[in-house]
Design a protein around this ligand. Structure first.
Ligand SMILES: *Cc1c(COP(=O)(O)O)cnc(C)c1O
Length: 398
């Protein structure tokens, strides 16, 4: 494990461990609360007083302190899903008729929010290719209110030149937001690269057990934090103390798990790259990736999630492969202890570019199982794919 990751492990073991929240135990108390009782009548309206459960409780405070630690942020909010962590900053910065710049490789539901919700406010969302770099300058307008990044891109794993994009946007006074879910906030530190707001779905690596939904928003900009806090209050968003507790519990072991996801991910990705059925592996940590140089410059590691482009094969073959897997579950999401696989082609959407991968695209999330077992599972999948091809071909064909 790298020294940086080890040191973060120390900080995450202790962050937020305050007697005010723990009452003396190792972990914070789970306080289920809507009504808060105050001592005196005047306290009911005292500025800054804790008066209602929607604002969270000690469990949430402990979690926020720990989440701030990951990206050295001064402000953090927790919300009840990763999608909300993406949409809250956008809503906080949006105004009618605004112009927004969003990466064309953005997570599908974030794109849906832009096209369905924001279009009702007459906002114009303009998509840019993930490799735009400083060229984003040409797309900025006086009415541009934000630039939304996601790196690596959802499904296709392109790495953007984030420092270049952030520098151009900051010079123009336009806030930038990064969906940092893949890196779990750990392997990529967008706030260090000039990005204003970093968000992630803590349902993934932070939670780590596929048993909760939540999201985190962090920034070092107090003014932006205040604006987002207003949006959260106006929308009435809140997170249960039970969920806050589970997220914090996951956070304590995050670095150790990530180290394993990374190592196993690399091992399986390299093995797949050598398989005859595989055309390309979309993993920015592989030297063969066109995005490897920027990944190496801006990231300190890789998660266990990557894409696999197969050589052309009919859909029945892809399904036979997936249906034969026993250790890889067929399911969305990632970051949990169990490995997952999906086929992605129905999800690929682009506005400015096209995705021409040359074959069907799969996405694998490598869990905490023994990589030897995972390779055997995938090998069985390939055998089933070959068998489906033979059954599917007409008699006598080669
Ligand atoms: C999963 C995911 C989200 C949404 O998170 P939920 O917690 O499922 O709402 C947002 N962005 C990315 C990149 C994701 O992978």
């Amino acid at each position: 494990m790298s020294d940086d990751l080890q040191r973060l492990g120390t900080r995450l073991a202790h962050a937020g461990r305050d007697r005010r929240f723990t009452g003396g135990g190792v972990n914070p108390q789970v306080q289920r609360v809507s009504t808060v009782l105050v001592e005196k009548a005047a306290d009911l309206y005292a500025p800054g007083a804790w008066t209602y459960g929607r604002h969270g409780a000690g469990t949430h405070e402990a979690l926020k302190l720990a989440l701030r630690e990951i990206e050295d942020a001064s402000w953090c909010a927790v919300v009840s899903s990763g999608l909300l962590a993406c949409t809250v900053p956008v809503l906080a910065l949006a105004s009618p008729n605004a112009h927004m710049l969003v990466t064309d490789a953005v997570y599908g539901p974030t794109r849906r929010f832009c096209s369905r919700m924001l279009s009702r406010w007459n906002c114009e969302v303009e998509y840019f290719t993930p490799d735009i770099g400083p060229g984003i300058q040409d797309l900025l307008r006086p009415e541009t209110v934000l630039v939304f990044l996601e790196s690596p891109g959802s499904m296709t794993f392109e790495i953007s030149d984030t420092p270049a994009i952030a520098a151009v946007a900051r010079a123009a006074g336009v806030p930038t937001i990064m969906d940092n879910t893949w890196a779990a906030g750990v392997f990529h530190r967008p706030l260090d690269l000039g990005v204003d707001i970093s968000v992630q779905s803590t349902s993934k690596y932070v939670g780590g057990c596929a048993d909760l939904l939540s999201g985190a928003i962090v920034t070092r900009n107090a003014g932006l934090g205040a604006r987002m806090m207003e949006t959260i209050a106006d929308l009435g968003l809140s997170v249960t103390a039970d969920d806050a507790y589970l997220v914090l519990r996951g956070l304590r072991s995050l670095t150790t798990r990530l180290d394993r996801h990374q190592a196993s991910g690399f091992e399986i990705a390299r093995w797949l790259a050598g398989r005859p059925e595989v055309r390309r592996v979309l993993h920015p940590g592989l030297e063969t990736s066109p995005h490897h140089a920027i990944w190496k410059r801006d990231f300190t590691g890789a998660a266990g999630l990557f894409g696999v482009v197969l050589n052309p094969v009919p859909r029945e073959g892809v399904h036979a492969f997936l249906n034969a897997l026993k250790l890889f579950g067929l399911g969305f999401s990632y970051g949990g202890f169990e490995s997952l696989a999906i086929h992605c082609d129905p999800q690929l959407q682009r506005t400015v570019g096209t995705v021409d991968l040359g074959g069907p695209l799969l996405r694998l999330s490598i869990g905490l199982e023994d990589p030897v077992d995972l390779r055997a599972d995938l090998a069985a999948g390939f055998a089933a794919m070959a068998a489906a091809g033979e059954i599917g071909s007409p008699p006598g064909s080669t």
